[in-house]
Design a binder for this molecule. Sequence first.
Ligand SMILES: Cc1ncc(COP(=O)(O)O)c(C=O)c1O
Length: 382
Amino acid sequence: MEHLINARASNIEISGIRKFFNMVAETEGIISLTIGQPDFPTPEHVKAAGIKAIHDDFTTYTHNAGMIDLRKAAAEYYLKKYDVDYDPDSEVIITAGASEAIDITFRTILDWDTEVILPGPVYPGYEPIIRLCGANPVYADTTTNNFKMTADIINSYITNKTRCIVLPYPSNPTGISLSEKELYEISELLRDKDIFVLADEIYSELVYERPHTSIAKFLKEKTIVINGLSKSHSMTGWRIGMLFATNNIAKHILKVHQYNITCATSISQKAALEALTVGFDDALPMRAEYKKRRDYVYNRLTKMGFDVVKPEGAFYFFVKIPVSGMKSFDFALSLAHEAKVAVVPGSAFSHLGEGYFRLSFAYSMEILEEGLNRIENYLISK
Ligand SMILES: Cc1ncc(COP(=O)(O)O)c(C=O)c1O
């Protein structure tokens, strides 16, 4: 029956990250610097709220958009932290992680043969959904601009098919973010154009240079903001995301969400309410720790002679492979086998990631130090 599988689904490739894992997972004694999730536990008070929800039998469906208290807390969080005002009744949807928010946004706004501009290299979670919608990803080359998407770069990729621009900042895999001025320039470029912005701000709390700015501050009427608690509150397994958009967009996304999952998990919603209120600033101590690790890794990598842009947010370095012409997959495989350190080949983040590797610093200092020692010895042996 495989020949009857929907062609767009059957053409989706498993992610480069997964392919690579499958090849190196068995390597004995390997240190992994690959992971894309925080290494801290979920805060105790947030866990307690989830446990209480079970004991209180809060185990039924909620409003499709999420509990109103939670939507109010989410709206307040965005207003207080990022100065963007959303109506909790009609402009906020609680989703099953940012992943579901990405899915229902694309399925609501994309038509067949439309185009989505993405800054390459980029998180691999967008392209398969875009393709499932029958639309096409267009990768804007940011490699010559320190991985920063600018209004000028976007402008050179816009066609009459462009339906959406993805602004995923701070970025996975590059750690780059955009300043208020850069976001304002993009908003001015798009002001009179019929183009949506999908702003994936899942790393907004993990910023090391300046406070995060949302493009929704300047372009709310065209922007769908996606965020969640996976990274800010170390809650990847709870599956809670947040989507913000003006009512005339959100009401259509809500239909897709409703027929997709009905509502986010009630128990996780209670934990999320605790996280966004009592745990409003739970990310701050984690941010301080990530910053220390970032500075340490940056010093080590630059001393080894690597060409690397210092990340301004998230917890990744996107590092240029020092051997010219070597494929990122081959380099990562060689590093895994000879140095026993796993990193993610840059090609997992679109063709524009070729020639790089991603190193995560969501690991303890001890693990980072050992991993970097091994990379250093590997380079010396070459
Ligand atoms: C840029 C980006 N967006 C979205 C996600 C998915 O987040 P969630 O766990 O909330 O589905 C990730 C996860 O790594 C990510 O890096």
